[in-house]
Design a protein around this ligand. Structure first.
Ligand code: FAD
Length: 415
């Protein structure tokens, strides 16, 4: 890149980076900017009252009762001091003026920066049930506190109905069972995760729930959830009902971008940004809310991916770009993990559910396996159950295009 163009991009000490969303990617960006040598002002704005924390433990160690929730805190008082970041917590951004890079907050104040980063993540999808206000979700620390208080008042052995058998629903059910409750997981599809991982992989995972002693019911069309004295009544299409002491909904997440409506940015199932995560020269979006241009082994596509590691890569990549003027040189390989029913599922790539699937190592009967996704003979993803090393040994298959035949010849997972 020509020197003068780079000079336009690279951050100077007199700049001011305003980050909206004090969650995982927002905090990671603060850390990355300081690590890469930026010594100008950073303001981190968040609508939650907690200092930035990590979300995955909420549905794992914290819900299992093994961690105090404070242990998930990322921005400790020492790190806040060391990074010299100005934290504005408990305030919501209402609007963004993209000409002046000014964020309007719900307390009536405005924060003007030279650069603005949108890191507002996603929120739990709620379902239109009569008892919605009393139904639990798990997306943030307020949800965790509510769930903790609710569980404390329930007797061991109480039935807790989990609506949604996806990643969060399965993790929640696992922890509830470990704490002596009786979770019943209701999945609307023919099998959990069929829409995300496809028919083959979802069929291999289906038995995990019963192996863990957790009741999973598929094809469940809940028409309403009502409160009846101390209980919840779950009503199904067709008139059947089920009763539970508590109800948790894990029905996916929605990107938080409504506050940007009318700003002039392109919004389409997320904030649309380019391969350097830019919506405009000085406005970027990262993490779960970003719908970014992703160069991958099959070409380039617009994606929005709700994975911890993708948010991490985004924060590092944006800091690098704004500190050097250089974009990423290697293809980004999305990574995801989920701890459910006593097993670890891990995935590399962003395969489609209708991609071809080939089991190349282990088997469902063994309780550990590794499979390749492919499209048109090119490897598009790798998914594994309890095979962490084999998975990572195969990552190179997604760093540049690999044919399925070449992958099978090399069998790097067995190395
Ligand atoms: C319970 C749980 C378990 C998970 N487990 C896994 C896992 O096992 N593996 C995995 O890969 N990923 C997991 N994830 C996903 C991972 O945590 C997310 O991908 C990651 O947190 C995304 O970071 P983010 O910064 O984009 O969003 P977030 O961390 O959600 O942060 C966004 C922040 O912006 C705030 N905000 C929103 N709107 C505004 C506004 N207008 N003004 C100010 N602030 C605003 C939000 O309140 C939030 O604090 C899990 C998520 C949850 C909730």
């Amino acid at each position: 890149m020509a020197r003068d163009v780079r000079a336009l991009i690279v951050l100077k000490g007199s700049d001011h980076v305003v980050i909206v969303g004090a969650g995982f990617s927002g905090w990671r960006l603060v850390e990355a900017l300081r690590r890469d040598g930026y010594d100008g002002a950073i303001t981190l704005i968040g609508d939650e009252t907690y200092a930035p924390y990590d979300r995955p433990p909420l549905s794992k160690h914290v819900l299992a009762g093994k961690w105090d929730v404070e242990r998930a805190t990322l921005a400790t008082p020492e790190r806040i001091k060391e990074t010299n970041v100005t934290l504005r917590l408990g305030v919501r951004a209402n609007a963004l003026d993209i000409e002046s890079n000014t964020v309007e907050l719900d307390d009536g104040s405005h924060v003007e920066g030279t650069h603005v980063v949108i890191a507002t993540g996603t929120r739990a999808r709620r379902l239109p049930f009569s008892a919605d206000a009393q139904i639990l979700t798990l997306r943030n620390r307020d949800d965790e506190l509510r769930m903790r208080l609710e569980l404390e008042r329930l007797a061991p052995g109480s039935v807790i109905v989990v609506i949604g058998g996806g990643f969060i629903g399965a993790e929640v059910a696992t922890q509830l069972k470990s704490r002596g409750f009786v979770p019943i997981v209701l999945e609307v599809a023919t099998r959990p995760l069929i829409g995300a991982l496809g028919p083959d992989v979802s069929s291999w995972l289906e038995r995990l729930a019963s192996d863990a002693g957790i009741e999973l019911r598929n094809d469940q069309r809940v028409s309403d959830v009502e409160r009846d004295a101390d209980e919840f009544v779950i009503r199904f299409e067709g008139g059947v009902e089920l009763r539970g002491a508590a109800v948790v909904v894990g029905a996916g997440a929605l990107p938080n971008f409504e506050w940007l409506e009318g700003s002039g940015l392109t919004l389409d199932n997320g904030v649309v940004v380019d391969e350097n995560l830019l919506a405009r020269e000085h406005i970027a979006a990262i993490g779960d809310v970003a719908r970014f241009s992703w160069p991958n082994v099959m070409g380039e596509e617009q994606v929005r991916i709700e994975h911890w590691e993708v948010a991490n890569v985004h924060a590092n990549a944006l800091a690098h770009y704004w500190m050097t003027g250089e974009g990423a040189t290697a293809l980004m390989v999305p990574y995801f993990w989920s701890d459910q029913y006593g097993k670890k599922i891990q995935m590399l790539g962003h395969a489609r559910p209708d991609d071809d699937v080939l089991l190349v190592s282990g088997s469902p009967d063994e309780g550990k396996w590794l499979a390749l996704y492919s499209r048109g003979g090119i490897v598009t993803g790798i998914v594994a159950l309890s095979q962490p090393r084999a998975l990572m040994l195969s990552k190179h298959l997604l760093e540049s295009p690999s044919t399925l035949d070449a992958a099978l010849d090399a069998a790097s997972w067995s190395g």
